[in-house]
Design a protein around this ligand. Sequence first.
Ligand SMILES: O=C(O)C1=C[C@@H](OP(=O)(O)O)[C@@H](O)[C@H](O)C1
Ligand SMILES: C=C(OP(=O)(O)O)C(=O)O
Length: 442
Amino acid sequence: MSGLPDITIGPLKRAQGSIVLPGSKSISNRALLLAALSTGTTTLKNLLDADDTQVMRNALRQLGLSVTDKADKVCVVEGCGGKFPVRDADLFMGNAGTAIRPLTAALAMQGGQYRLSGVARMHERPIRDLVDGLRQVGAKIEYEMQEGYPPIKILASDIQIKDVVKVRGDVSSQFLTALLMALPLVANEPVRIEVIGELISRPYIDITLKLMARFGINVDCPDTQSFLIPAKTSDAVYKSPGQLSVEGDASSASYFLALGAIGVGPVRVLGVGNNSIQGDVAFADALGLMGANISAGEDWIEVSGVKNANGKLNGITIDCTEIPDAAMTLAVVALFAEGPTRLNNIASWRIKETDRIAAMAKELKKVGAIVEEGADYIVVQAPASNNDWSSPSSGIDTYDDHRMAMCFSLAAFGPNALKINDPNCVAKTFPTYFAEFAKVVS
Ligand SMILES: O=C(O)C1=C[C@@H](OP(=O)(O)O)[C@@H](O)[C@H](O)C1
Ligand SMILES: C=C(OP(=O)(O)O)C(=O)O
């Protein structure tokens, strides 16, 4: 992930302009997998071109699928009707949770032999709850190194569908997403997935259900913990919708919306708006609570300045379980707010690209913020005055976490220039981030 030099930004005063967002990572990877599993050809438009979606594309190609990148972010996938042509493969998943978890489940339904591994950090990100769910229907999965973590080996096995499959929902919603997409392939009878405990990151489940519906499978949710998968009526479970346009990425939008709030604005993001299926659009509401002016249309959102009488944003206390990714942006916006900002229910930050609570706390302190962290929360208080801001000569570390790099670009609106180390980690979801950022700031 290294290669690009560290960058120094700012101090910046103004943000103004508009940005066309790259495609949503969450929608892109779900659409690629569902297109691969369906019958027919799917033309995916505005597909995200980034590390996370490249590992998914490469894995599908290794599995024998035809996945063809065309000009203008169009990708054409020839579906395999549910059975991957290749029955034995060793797949590298980088650090893409949206690739390894759903693919593991789809591969466990195949009756072939597969190995899935990733970068070192991926081998510290849990997968046990998903493996436990898959074992309930007879999948044979072994851990190669540490119990509960990739790399994993899937062995050929007979899948025996059960009427209820249980999965924990409080570590990552991606385990439920993975089961939801894979179990229809083998559902000779209806299956109920029962979520044990709290279901975090719930809006991502809604993305999963909406995309499955586009590919012909409708899942009922009679209550918050139950998901009813219909019995399959033929071997061709998923059917290509022909074309599918990927919305702009709402998490990527958060950095630019934040710029509108801290840099006078207006800044407009194009590609997500009132019609979005992504939960992270609620980030704009959080900025509104902090005092920013928000307006939106079907597929755009705009933020300009602050409506508070003192011209400053105000700190807020907010439950972030539904916006785990965009919540990181709030932690840095807090540097420009009066009063503390408390982000609650963010325990999952600790098991993502890095321990994001620890990393965020450490780097915010480097610029002079007062920070308190707990197992599942963070409180950020801005430096009291310009003199209390600091500019660490060693720079802000990014921990190979794209969101750390993107979030901390906003801190260049403080009184000092800011060095960001290893900025190239943005390639995970937004390779052109710093070029787009430069277009709207001065
Ligand atoms: O399903 C998805 O597309 C995602 C779910 C979320 O993860 P968790 O469910 O692990 O919180 C989110 O953080 C991740 O970036 C994408
Ligand atoms: C948590 C994230 O990624 P992943 O899909 O790898 O879980 C993220 O993009 O913030």
